[in-house]
Design a protein around this ligand. Sequence first.
Ligand code: SF4
Length: 144
Amino acid sequence: MNEGGLAELRPNSLTAIFDISNTCNCRCLMCHFRLPKTRLQPVNFMLPGIFKTILSSLSPFLKRLTLSAASEPLTSPYFFEILKILRQFDEVPFTNILTNGILMDRRYADAIIDSNVSEVCFSVHGATKQIYEHIIQELALPNC
Ligand code: SF4
């Protein structure tokens, strides 16, 4: 970033993808979470305070915000708190959540509906039950 920093960006010009968790509750065949290096890494979650600080700086420039890209956001113990923070930034035009949907229950669904999330994308890993179950393997490994 040059001297002008974020101030040089146009409003609604930026896409931000937040991985608020670095883990997943699955170990799909084709995923980096199958690799020992990733599977055995220490589990970390973005703290709500850090999320809010970053979002405060970025929000005037955002056109889109995504939770998450390379992990499962619903594994974060701070997911509900992060949604509440997100609600305070309703100037962000479009927000979405990418999830495998396995942890989604009424509590998550209600919190998402009450937030200003624009879209929830569910990743579906197979067109048949057999293929889906073949791909999404080894749920709840010890470091999840
Ligand atoms: S659900 Fe997505 S992030 Fe999780 S293991 Fe499968 S492909 Fe990877």
